[in-house]
Design a protein around this ligand. Structure first.
Ligand SMILES: Nc1nc2c(ncn2[C@@H]2O[C@H](COP(=O)(O)OP(=O)(O)OP(=O)(O)O)[C@@H](O)[C@H]2O)c(=O)[nH]1
Ligand SMILES: [Mg+2]
Length: 255
């Protein structure tokens, strides 16, 4: 089909965000849309759902749209907990059903899978293993988001202090040290290289302090654009997001 025709048919960029309860999903979506407001919620028929969403309460079929950035439609998984077979089945069925949609605008264009690092002793639960080994995501790019990455700073800070670094320097160095430790982390290698993980993510992003006012989600935006293999979707994505002007310029120049 003519790319322009495809573009006409895609009106919004559709993202499925998956993760355990309290993983930081909503915080990321608000940050990406540069808003503090709650989203409007629509059912599958496009009718506004007049319910107040309680934290942790989601229907994956519901479309979440933030007024500040209506170019995105988000689907939020229910708390994707360890061993929750029914949650997994629900997400898997949703992805399969959406992948069959003929019209591109109805398909899922990207999946963001959130893994919270405040439970770093056990960041990969059965839910993650099941998803990355069994879920048929087909051609949809999946990005693993290690959320609440700032939770790892305290440990690095303590180690630096114990090694004789001043408090001021330790505070400055801790984030970088956390990233270095993380890059060599056996669980990360497992995610990408284990033969049990049949469908590893395309890439990952670590996000810190997303709940703070000056939080920066630019890397997530950039990675999302990079992992889209269709130029039409890539352009749509770039034009729908407003928080990263630099990215828009970069892709416009490359074209
Ligand atoms: N330290 C830290 N806290 C965060 C971060 N992102 C979010 N939080 C906090 O984590 C809590 C949960 O965030 P939400 O965005 O509501 O998480 P959620 O995944 O949408 O949770 P449910 O809707 O219950 O599934 C809130 O208190 C946020 O302020 C982060 O990057 N660092
Ligand atoms: Mg939420």
């Amino acid at each position: 089909m003519d790319p322009e025709k495809i573009k006409e048919k895609i009106v919004r960029f559709r993202i499925l965000i998956i993760g355990r309860a309290n993983a930081g999903k909503t915080t990321i979506l608000k940050r990406v849309c540069n808003t503090k407001e709650n989203p409007d919620i629509f059912n599958g028929a496009g009718e506004k759902v007049r319910i107040v969403m309680l934290r942790g309460e989601h229907d994956i079929e519901h479309e979440m749209v933030f007024r500040k950035n209506p170019g995105f439609i988000f689907h939020d998984s229910r708390g994707f907990e360890a061993g929750g077979e029914s949650e997994y089945d629900g997400v898997n069925a949703f992805i399969t059903e959406r992948s069959k949609k003929e019209v591109i605008k109805d398909r899922i264009h990207t999946i963001w899978y959130c893994i919270p690092m405040d439970k770093a002793s056990r960041p990969f639960t059965e839910a993650e293993l099941k998803f990355f080994s069994r879920c048929d995501t087909g051609s949809i790019p999946v990005i693993a988001i290690f959320t609440k990455f700032d939770a790892l700073y305290a440990n690095e800070f303590t180690q630096l202090i114990e090694g004789g670094t001043s408090r001021k320097d330790a505070k400055k160095l801790a984030p970088k040290r956390a990233e270095e430790t993380f890059a060599n982390w056996s669980q990360l290698k497992f995610l990408y290289h284990s033969k049990d993980i049949r469908r590893p993510p395309k890439c990952h992003v670590c996000l810190s302090d997303m709940h703070k006012d000056d939080a920066d989600c630019g890397l997530l935006i950039e990675r999302t654009a990079e992992t889209l293999d269709s130029e039409v979707l890539q352009q749509l994505f770039v034009s729908t997001q407003q928080t990263n002007l630099e990215l828009c310029v970069k892709y416009a120049v490359e074209r």
